[in-house]
Design a protein around this ligand. Sequence first.
Ligand SMILES: CC(C)(COP(=O)(O)OP(=O)(O)OC[C@H]1O[C@@H](n2cnc3c(N)ncnc32)[C@H](O)[C@@H]1OP(=O)(O)O)[C@@H](O)C(=O)NCCC(=O)NCCS
Length: 154
Amino acid sequence: MPEAVHLRTALPAERELLQALQTRASLKNPGDRDALLQHPDAIDVPLEQIEAGHVFVAESAGTIVGFAAVIPRTDGNAELDALFVEPGCWRRGIGRQLVGHAVEVARARGAEALHVIGNPHAEAFYRSSGFETTGTFKTRFGGGLLMRRLLPPG
Ligand SMILES: CC(C)(COP(=O)(O)OP(=O)(O)OC[C@H]1O[C@@H](n2cnc3c(N)ncnc32)[C@H](O)[C@@H]1OP(=O)(O)O)[C@@H](O)C(=O)NCCC(=O)NCCS
């Protein structure tokens, strides 16, 4: 039986470890590899986000297997600013669990919607996690999808 996955707030000392996980996950997206290798600065988990308590990790048997960041937007809603799962752990529900936590965090802050600029490779994942596409966004690596999950009071 797979180990249980627990979520907790990330620690500043874990920043490099999270960036390494982000690199491994991003390199697995077909088509993103070359752009990423040319722009390694795209890998960044801002220390300020960790220190502000906006980053949380999924941990299994003492190992971090994924993380996500939820930051406030100027319109009062919330932005899912990062979501990465260790490639060897994909399709075990960890991404969905991280989104569930992000939704709780956003709701607790009074947000009425959780937004994300989705990598097109993750569209099926976001759709299955309750997000809808509202538009497109040009990033320096190509197209991103503007996606949103409404958070009715519950
Ligand atoms: C996107 C990502 C976070 C998903 O994490 P995950 O833990 O594998 O996702 P889950 O196991 O919770 O998947 C939940 C559901 O999403 C859908 N889904 C997930 N990955 C999918 C894929 N590659 N293709 C199609 N559907 C997918 C499925 O419906 C899945 O349910 P199922 O496994 O019961 O069929 C992970 O693949 C990742 O880190 N990718 C690289 C980084 C990235 O693109 N992050 C998003 C940045 S915007």
